[in-house]
Design a protein around this ligand. Structure first.
Ligand code: 13P
Length: 253
């Protein structure tokens, strides 16, 4: 059975003192034996300090973006080896906010994924349709396009988690229903089976993201193809994030 994986995408929020307090709260609240993978993805400048706090714990550390080159004249960017050096084990790539506000797509995202995996990072690759695309009946086509932008015989999914994040559910308080999430996740999995094969599709974890809250976590993660969550707003408070983790664990009991 695929492991559960809940990650917190803090986006551009918190200051260092708040971040440290949040991490301490998570360390205290997360049972050592819980059968779940957990990670936090803070803003870049906090990574080194938080890596120190997370040493020896089972909470992973992710960045929210990276460049595809290892080094060079790319002002304002950060490379996958630098993220490793900072203590990260994971990086989010292709988040809809990167696609929407920074024009990231296709070829560029593939280069980022390849570079991150090459540097020994795990990747959370985000995909998902906008409201207009959903209303036009294009959800499956968008899922397929986003997956095919990155997936192929030259990219192994061994260290990749897919995060299905419908854009209309992000930060809106409008969570996809468990049935909507399941339908989209099943679509992701069948698309991955077409690109690779059934075994790869069965193994790849698929997180749901978009207004995940503790009260809906259990039902969402009870869906057969929902293997966890990528949490935005609710990951900024220890009690909420831990509540989502509890919901995820309850879904697998
Ligand atoms: P919210 O949970 O705030 O809707 O954000 C989801 C998200 O974008 C996680 O990457």
């Amino acid at each position: 059975m695929r492991r559960l994986y809940v990650a917190g995408n803090w986006k551009m929020n918190l200051n260092l003192a708040e971040a440290k307090a949040l991490v301490e709260g998570l360390k205290k609240g997360l049972a050592a034996e819980a059968q779940i993978d957990v990670a936090v993805c803070p803003p870049f400048y906090m990574l080194v300090a938080l890596a120190e706090l997370l040493k020896g714990t089972r909470i992973g550390l992710g960045a929210q973006n990276c460049h595809f080159e290892a080094k060079g004249a790319f002002t304002g960017e950060i490379s996958p080896p630098m993220l490793k050096d900072a203590g990260c084990d994971t990086v989010i790539i292709g988040h809809s906010e990167r696609r929407q506000y920074f024009g990231e797509a296709g070829e560029l995202l593939k280069k980022k994924v390849v570079a991150a995996l090459g540097a020994g990072l795990k990747v959370i690759y985000c995909i998902g349709e906008t409201l207009t695309e959903r209303e036009a009946g294009r959800t499956e086509a968008v899922i397929s396009r986003h997956l095919r932008e990155v997936c192929g015989p030259d990219v192994s999914l061994d260290h990749v988690t897919i995060a299905y994040e419908p854009v209309w559910a992000i930060g809106t308080g409008k969570t996809a229903t468990p049935a909507q999430a399941q339908e989209a996740h099943a679509c992701c999995r069948s698309e991955i089976a077409k690109i690779y094969n059934a075994a790869v599709a069965a193994a790849v974890p698929i997180q749901y993201g978009g207004s995940v809250k503790p009260d809906i976590a259990r039902e969402l993660m009870s869906q057969p193809d929902v293997d966890g969550a990528l949490v935005g707003g609710a990951s900024l408070k220890a009690a909420n994030f831990l509540g989502i983790i509890e919901g995820a664990l309850a879904a697998r009991k």
